[in-house]
Design a binder for this molecule. Sequence first.
Ligand SMILES: NC(=O)C1=CN([C@@H]2O[C@H](COP(=O)(O)OP(=O)(O)OC[C@H]3O[C@@H](n4cnc5c(N)ncnc54)[C@H](OP(=O)(O)O)[C@@H]3O)[C@@H](O)[C@H]2O)C=CC1
Ligand SMILES: N[C@@H](CC=O)C(=O)O
Ligand code: NA
Length: 915
Amino acid sequence: MVSSGVVSHSFRILPPNSLAHLQKPKKIGESQCCAFPLLQLSPFLRKDFTSPWGREALRTRICASFTDISLDVSVEDNKLPRGETWSVHKFGGTCVGSSLRIKNVADIIINDDSERKLVVVSAISKVTDMMYDLIDKAQSRDESYISLLDAVLQKHSSTAHELLDGDDLASFLSQLNHDISNLKAMLRAIYIAGHATESFTDFVVGHGELWSAQMLSSLIRKNGIDCKWMDTRDVLIVDPTSSNQVDPDYLESKRRLEKWYSLNPSSVIVATGFIASTPQNLPTTLKRDGSDFSAAIMGSLFKARQVTIWTDVDGVYSADPRKVSEAVILKTLSYQEAWEMSYFGANVLHPRTIIPVMQYGIPIIIRNIFNLSATGTKICDPSVNDDEDRQNLAYFVKGFATIDNLALINVEGTGMAGVPGTASDIFRVVKDVGANVIMISQASSEHSVCFAVPEKEVKAVAEALQSKFRQALEAGRLSQVQVIPNCSILAAVGQNMASTPGVSATLFNALAKANVNVRAIAQGCSEYNITVVVKREECIKALRAVHSRFYLSRTTIAMGIIGPGLIGSTLLEQLRDQAAVLKEEFNIDLRVMGIIGSKSMLLNDVGIDLSRWKELREEKGEVANLEKFVQHVHGNHFIPNTVLVDCTADSIIAGHYYDWLRKGIHVITPNKKANSGPLNQYLRIRALQRQSYTHYFYEATVGAGLPIISTLRGLLETGDRILQIEGIFSGTLSYIFNNFKVGRTFSEVVSEAKEAGYTEPDPRDDLSGTDVARKVIILARECGLKLELSDIPVESLVPEPLRVSASAQDFMQQLPKFDQDFAKKQQEAENAGKVLRYVGVVDVIKQKGVVELREYNKDHPFAQLSGSDNIIAFTTTRYKNQPLIVRGPGAGAEVTAGGVFSDILRLASYLGAPS
Ligand SMILES: NC(=O)C1=CN([C@@H]2O[C@H](COP(=O)(O)OP(=O)(O)OC[C@H]3O[C@@H](n4cnc5c(N)ncnc54)[C@H](OP(=O)(O)O)[C@@H]3O)[C@@H](O)[C@H]2O)C=CC1
Ligand SMILES: N[C@@H](CC=O)C(=O)O
Ligand code: NA
């Protein structure tokens, strides 16, 4: 009893369901909570003290009864605790697919140190399908619904036995059996009626969630934690809409939630996902991805700290990892980005799931239940998150998504411009057909409107448009209703694209470099996404190209090495040694996907381990097949750029360059055959190369690693005029004449050159002057001269009788027989105080070339060479009095492979690698 004379008291009035508490005084801070005579309070106990007016009424009444005391009445009911206290988790069907997994879920909840937790749970995996199947079977009068219902019972009963025991188990099984016998009766009624209403169906299917929620909450309780389960049909009120969706009634749901909580206060609540009630209290569902939606709505009703959606992936990827194996998990996404990504088919969340949490800035975390070490993806409001999040969100383009199986419809004609209502007419037709428009693009000339629809709907749309616009088409006001089939959409999504110049330029540049043609483009002024339509068969290539370009993966190039001979294998060594530096410092990832010789080849899907490619070739090599090789390197892998490096001396291989370039495969080679072969073949390649974004580099064909082609290009491209190019172009012949001195034999020196790797695979190509003639032709054509190899007079050093030797080996064996003849020539020059040098000349003015052995004074620059030095003198309009001279070793494995390697890096830089 309250004693008189006490100045102040606080009264803690518990809600109506807690009458028992009113009997005992409880200490609240400094004040006393006293029990009132039940009778005095009873009229109020039926009132709602949670509202301000209710409290005021209570205060007035109490003060009226106890005039001599001042009362401080604070009403503490079991009000829903708010703010940052609740953390919401959602577990889908696979997360609760077995008793073991349900235990795992319970552990996650128990280990979450949030003050309060709300767990939204789906039915055990496949149970919802079974429940729908029950309905289908019953309404189609298939008796097997009975055994299926039995299977449902067995599944839950055995899971419960594995999880629970004692009273918990008994009470769950009793409820389960009760539900099953109810369902049996309902299904029988459906069976007889041959029909199930929507709410009957929704009532039946929702049982999966009811059972999983009860089992999980019992299991959590078994671990000593206060936990209640919630049938969300008592709380969540939604209005079904015409488009098979539902609109949550937040106000009513909130009211019911507060009531529910006041009756069931608890720090852990396990709620059923997917199910809800209509305003008329009929059972309903939240439709597709309903449990995610339940979690999001609950998150907003509880004003939760965060909502975690547990799934079986590590988070949201920057692109579909089945298409881009280098896709990365995004640490953060803004709500809008997640929204866009899900629209474009990324497996993120249904867009509607984002709406309820977005208004309160509640983050959604996507996490993998099977990989707890992965932190997942946080979908949040960038403006209210910490600096780290803001930094992560600062990427311009977050991710890429694609939609396949689309067709474009292009309605075109001069009669459309300036005619109000045309677009409205077009899209009314599309609506009447019931087709969904995925994107729209109209150029401001208003001569055409183009839009994408699902491929399966295009025929109907096109026919309806033809019919609607028949008159305009016949009169020529419209020229066509064109259907472009087999299209895909590629969307780049990123909130920070907005107002950032250059993002779309980079995107289109990447597409151009991957040789992908863009059919249509759309970008709304929100700038959250750029959408392009491409051919379906090019979509994955396009996706990989743009993904790679935005640094989500490195500048990656798939390489195929053809001809792992001296130069090819040296190149492979150099690639091996430099790979790490290129990756780390220059962001260039070179992957050798295949190596092919004339007999065998080695292929690998992710890149050959270059430290053991020879062993691997022994173990895993297969019979060489060039077509298969090219298909492997270029097709069906995750790398957008392909280069074939031809390190053979084969003209048949060179004959493939045109086709490869046409397919968008870049070509790099030290092989001179293509550029010095038939003129028309050369001109075709060059014309193609100029039209496309595919690159063809061949620096090592002249002067090996020396910058000859690039120097010549630099002169030409900057407007200089080449008058003459004269030089010693053969490393082999340079070596021979630098070392063929008194006391040495000619054949001995030739063998040394061969040993040193200076000669062509067949040294006769060097001695005959053919190799030099090829270089002269390559340079002459570079200068615009239209010469064939046969136009170059060549002085051959191959003795007449050996020109028809069967093999290179045979030739080398026979050569000593002719040493005397060479010694004589050498002596004659020596006597004249001169040296012999084998030179090539391109005379641009006279439009001809020549290759011959010439005598030079000993003080001539050509006489100063050593080793395999080449020397090339460019006489040009700018370098007229003193030619521009490039000099250095012009043959040998290291320098040649180095020249090829630098072409590869030039390609990487053209493809976007940082320079
Ligand atoms: N050596 C040098 O200093 C320089 C060389 N070059 C050029 O480099 C190229 C390579 O020279 P090098 O390494 O010395 O020659 P090698 O003879 O050492 O190697 C040639 C390679 O090509 C392979 N090959 C030949 N035909 C085919 C074919 N049809 N399909 C697949 N592979 C084939 C051979 O395979 P297999 O062994 O299985 O038959 C071999 O691996 C040549 O074009 C040469 O002109 C350019 C500048 C300088
Ligand atoms: N065999 C050639 C190699 C380079 O092209 C030479 O000797 O120069
Ligand atoms: Na060169």
